[in-house]
Design a protein around this ligand. Sequence first.
Ligand code: GAL
Length: 449
Amino acid sequence: MSKLYFPEDFVWGAATASYQIEGAYQKDGKGESIWDKFSHTSGKVLNGDTGDIACDHYHRYKEDVQLMKKLGLNSYRFSTSWPRILPQGTGKVNQKGLDFYKRLVDELLEAGIEPAITLYHWDLPQALQDKGGWGNRDTINYFVEYSQIMFEHFGNLVSRWITHNEPWVVAFLGNSTGEHAPGFKDHKLALQVAHNLLVSHCLAARGFRELGLEGEIGITLNLNSVYPLTDSKEDQQAAELVNDYNNDWFLDPLFKGKYPDKLAQIYREEYGELDIKAGDMEIIQEPTDFLGINYYSRALVKHNSEAGLLQAEYMRTEESGYTAMDWEIYPKGLYDLLMNLYQNHTKLDLYITENGAAFDDQVAADGKVYDQRRKDYLKAHFIKAHQAIEAGVPLKGYYVWSLMDNFEWAFGYDRRFGIIHVNYDTCERTLKESAHWYKEVITNNGVDK
Ligand code: GAL
């Protein structure tokens, strides 16, 4: 079988996030986060699950780094918990929180694994939510304060930084649909949150530059390719609006210094003006080093005048398989997305900072986890990424979501994304077949065609 080889310095990694794996939610001075509060509120998370213990990574990080080493990972993307560092979100630093990440980073470096830190993967200190959270502009400054602390302590050890993970999810699932913490249902607030997140991203990145650090910094967006169900003008318009909502609401400010015209007009008519201060749109265009992309699925849409403000309905198709999240498996969407980014949005280096799939994995009688579908999913997406690189896209690395099964937000422990299985009763880890296969991919720096 012939192989597709990746560029020599291609980065193979895996990703996690603090609230999803760490546990130790009150340990060593950590403050409460909005996800602690949300998951402790009845009815918010499936089966009443919480991140109180999660994968107990806080205590098992050494074992986890050894597993990463066994897999041959080049890099590990994890997030730092803001309320572990600043229990009140601002002011007094919790040294023990810093110490934990120092131990983790040292362990990674010792194992030859490059740490990549995400500063904000959704666990805002509850103390800041009590002051209005991301809807309050002051939170921008608090985020810059927190990011400076992290840069000062880890700037010489960590070479890749991500300010925010998926501001779309933070803004809209947290504040418009209410599925995520803090659980509000206010679309105008969500739009303001999105704006404030972008400003905070750029000010944090500016602070990074001012320290003269050598590493690279960027933001991670959840992006998808959007397709109209038919060629009709109505369906195409619906697809364009969904694309504006899902993708360009963040890409356009970052790379064009403005919000997408048509959707901005719709929102203005419906909700009035947002609080956009003079200079904000210039700040948001502050250049960074790379763009991180989380890609899971595509959106297939058709026009439906009853379907909300965008008049767009999301469709299923019998032609595709679906994951346990009910997300369509559509690898070509990754290729289309990468090409679209490169041709129409940015020439920046790109990293896939998340890609993966949830399936209902079981440990078999022989102790193994035969997750063939996850392997097939990853392989198909690696091949599409390779195709985009061949076409000239500067894709520099790929982080699989996720290193291990973990707390999948509103779905709790019910959805397993890991290439490592976690037994939630014992916290025992088992490499799934996809992990063994991924190790081969990394070793060969290539994938079978
Ligand atoms: C992303 C998120 C991850 C993970 C993944 C799978 O939106 O960044 O934390 O949950 O989706 O749903």
